[in-house]
Design a protein around this ligand. Structure first.
Ligand code: DGY
Length: 326
């Protein structure tokens, strides 16, 4: 008879749930939409461990409602929905899933980069809309080359590094900016550190790959967009609020930058009446950076193992507040 109670706030693949079921009685929130804050508090009331996604707000109010909680395991690398400081103060370790999803997210970032450069979504919409009436026109659908272009990566964590690795295959000139400079990674990934303003001015493609913090909120707003090349392309695979949507709308509408692709928006989901959705030079995908089946399975299994380790008072494979681990 399992001695722990675990709450899992979204349906997972069976292989991941089985890992948790070996150690705990599991309650899985069965609906597509997440539980409301009130529902979450009710469900967490007797839980020893909780497995969360980015849609669950884990704050002091939830923790007050869950007096038995000994572990939080987040199914994501981003932790902006979790008050990690509050969990640490209460001695509750917080697991998360770095590493395992970096390559898939970098793959998607590169897909978005290629698609934006060569206007694949835009031209496909045109075909479906009945626009393709002339077989070939030498002036139609001119995009940008990716090979030998300058790529600016903002944030050189695991995802940023995997993006750089892919860019090298396209002979790109790769520059980066991040809070910390990484001389070892510069040599290994063939990237050059530059100041943020220089990156914006030089890069043909700017990819955002930073966590959401008070410092990165609206990191890209009107002044930064004004520094980019008029032919520049912005790609965001981090968190929506890193980009100021009103400023982006104006920059795209006025042709201040050429195009943008967002895998993340603020808010999510984006309002169907959001003015951004009226722009042809913008592509939005629905937060699918890590949504490749084998990666999602590995991510779920890691989150499940983190949860079980926390329940059993053992060291997690990936813990965001090691000082709270027993
Ligand atoms: C992450 O891991 O942070 C992704 O954005 C999915 O939540």
């Amino acid at each position: 008879m399992p001695q722990y109670k675990a709450l899992v706030t979204r349906t997972l693949l069976p292989e991941a749930l089985d890992i948790i079921r070996e150690a705990a009685d599991v309650t899985v929130w069965p609906e597509e939409a997440p539980p409301s804050a009130e529902e979450l508090r009710r469900l967490a009331a007797d839980a020893d461990g909780i497995l969360t996604t980015i849609m669950d707000r884990v704050d002091a109010t939830l923790l007050d409602a869950a007096p038995n909680l000994r572990v939080i395991s987040q199914l994501a690398v981003g932790l902006d929905n979790v008050d990690v400081g509050e969990a640490t103060r209460r001695g509750i370790p917080v697991g998360y899933t770095p590493g395992v999803l970096a390559k898939s997210t970098a793959d998607l970032a590169f897909a978005l980069l290629l698609g934006a450069a060569r206007r694949t979504s835009e031209s496909e919409r045109w075909v479906r809309g009945g626009g393709w009436e002339i077989q070939f026109h030498p002036m139609h659908w001119l995009g940008q080359d990716v090979h030998e272009a300058c790529l600016g990566i903002v944030g050189l964590g695991q995802i940023g590094r995997e993006i750089a690795r892919r860019a090298r295959g396209f002979d790109m000139d790769i520059i980066y900016h991040s809070r910390t400079r990484y001389p070892d990674a510069e040599a290994e990934y063939g990237v050059r550190y530059v100041e943020f303003e220089e990156l914006l001015a030089q890069a043909d493609f700017v990819i955002l790959s930073v966590p959401l913090t008070p410092q990165t909120h609206h990191l890209i707003s009107a002044p930064q967009l004004a520094m980019m090349k008029p032919s520049g392309i912005l790609i965001n695979v981090s968190r929506g609020p890193v980009v100021d949507p009103a400023a982006l709308y104006e920059a795209l509408r006025d042709g201040q930058i050429a195009r943008a692709t967002l895998d993340v928006t603020a808010p999510e989901p984006i309002d169907p009446n959001d003015p951004l959705l009226t722009l042809d030079n913008l592509v939005i995908t629905p937060h699918i950076g890590s949504a490749a089946l084998p990666t999602r399975l590995n991510t779920m299994k890691l989150a499940a193992r983190n949860l079980v380790a926390g329940l059993q008072g053992e060291r997690m494979e990936a813990c965001a507040n090691t000082d709270a681990m027993g």
